[in-house]
Design a protein around this ligand. Sequence first.
Ligand SMILES: NC(=O)c1ccc[n+]([C@@H]2O[C@H](COP(=O)([O-])OP(=O)(O)OC[C@H]3O[C@@H](n4cnc5c(N)ncnc54)[C@H](O)[C@@H]3O)[C@@H](O)[C@H]2O)c1
Length: 58
Amino acid sequence: MISGFKNRILVTGGAGFVGSTMVDKLIENPDNFVLVVDNLSTGTTKRLPDPQRPTGNL
Ligand SMILES: NC(=O)c1ccc[n+]([C@@H]2O[C@H](COP(=O)([O-])OP(=O)(O)OC[C@H]3O[C@@H](n4cnc5c(N)ncnc54)[C@H](O)[C@@H]3O)[C@@H](O)[C@H]2O)c1
């Protein structure tokens, strides 16, 4: 699934205010595979480009 990407990046809190802004910038680079981990305690999947992305807790 993630082969073919030069960079594999994990963004914790990626459904939050700061994290989702980072995700938006990071996915502009087609070399980046970006995975979000967020427990949605204050964040929302509405901020994510793909709301079906898996979520989790650290
Ligand atoms: N519209 C706005 O202007 C606006 C909106 C939101 C926040 N803010 C400001 O931004 C700053 C905070 O933004 P932020 O991005 O740091 O906070 P945030 O709450 O938006 O993001 C933190 C993210 O981390 C996640 N999270 C927390 N604990 C976790 C855990 N144990 N495991 C996985 N995920 C976890 C939360 O669900 C959330 O999505 C504050 O200054 C706030 O006032 C501004």
